[in-house]
Design a protein around this ligand. Sequence first.
Ligand SMILES: *Cc1c(COP(=O)(O)O)cnc(C)c1O
Length: 481
Amino acid sequence: MENLIFEKSKSGRKGYTLPKLDVPVKENLIPNKFLRKEAAKLPEVPETDISRHYIRLSNLNHCIEKGFYPLGSCTMKYNPKVNEITASMPGFTGVHPNLLGEYSQGSLEIMYELGEALKTITGMKGVTLQPSAGAQGELTGILCIRAYFLDRGETNRTKILIPESAHGTNPASAVTGGFQTVVVKCAANGSIDLDDLKSKLGDDIAGIMITNPSTIGVFESNIVEIEKLIHGCGGLMYMDGANLNALLGITTPGLMKFDCVHINLHKTMSTPHGGGGPGSGPICVNEKLVPFLPTPQVVKVGDKFELRTKKDLPKSIGRMHEFFGNFAIFVRALTYIKMNGPEGLRQVSENAIINANYVQSKLKGYYAFPYNVNCMHECVCSADLQKANGVSAKDIGKRMLDYGVHAPTTYFPLIVHEALLIEPTETEKLEDLDAFCDVLITIAEEAKNNPQLVLDSPLTTPVRRLDDALAVRQPNLKYEM
Ligand SMILES: *Cc1c(COP(=O)(O)O)cnc(C)c1O
């Protein structure tokens, strides 16, 4: 185990030197009552210790730069270094968000161009870059939908339909936005059960939130019919576009007649996530919802870029973020989109889909696949075969750590028993996919021949198994020296 940096402290050791003071010392500059009575208990360590301590700690973490990270629905793709180079250009890092007009034209252009690119990718008419996560994008979309119905005087539309395969953030966003949720069942092939959907339609429905492809990695094959039913009863169509990694350049939410979609730049557009940096969840909307989008909006007038505020767009729901959103993420995402170009983006999705199907076909026979379908960018299997020997999806995830691989998403989607949701992404090459499948096949054999080994895992990590229940009931959060 690694000691805390405080435990390495020795009085008088220093990791820094300050230059000699070359200005006069001014006494009593800070009133006495604000001065410390004793020195802060900061660790006193040389620079070597600081450097080694934090490098060792960072090595204990798993990250995409260290190894495979097949976390389904999360699209943990490799983040190209060129994104970091453009995002750290001084013209972008030094600009203050209050610097407007002539002096911020370059930054406004970045946001305008990214917005236009996202509109093309989604086939939509309007965009906001403000939301800083997928879930906040959902809330933004839901608030626009609410404003749309209030504007039309349709106060009766209080319910949002949520298929049972939905991501957990969907019902949470609908409820936070002031709606009630109604669950729609899924059919045996994983798509939305049309009969159940029909039975829930009425003039109290504000819309439906659909993840397409769904969280079991299946394209919603009834989408044309679902759209007719929802629009037919006066509701709106919201697409959870966190899984857009499967659709780039192949089809668009616009073509499927969605009214609103959010995109996770920190998934599909290769910007860092999972502790690696702030997220960004822009939404794109069609004509119906454009007037309600958050402000400020960046517009192009001639060859200049300008801002439109709530004064210009009175129906806007207002701000969802201070200033413009997570700007440095926009630079990274636009870099990724431009580096790939339209052809490259289509190839991203095609490769992501091929990779997931490759993994699925290699694992068939070792793991149960409850849906007998070709998948899109992710595949879901079940640990039911292993469960017969007492080994659960969680145990398999823990054992994978011993082989240096991050676990897939476990126990999600909820409709799959002992689910393991695997998303390899397009950024892994054949040898890495093979090595990953070999790990899962080895664990399937261990579960059969030596289940206790899997139940005792992980064996190689600095912290072995935690007692989750105890950690929740009696969290021990404070360190006492
Ligand atoms: C990741 C994800 C979200 C939520 O995005 P956050 O940025 O984590 O808030 C919503 N829906 C789906 C399908 C996702 O995969």
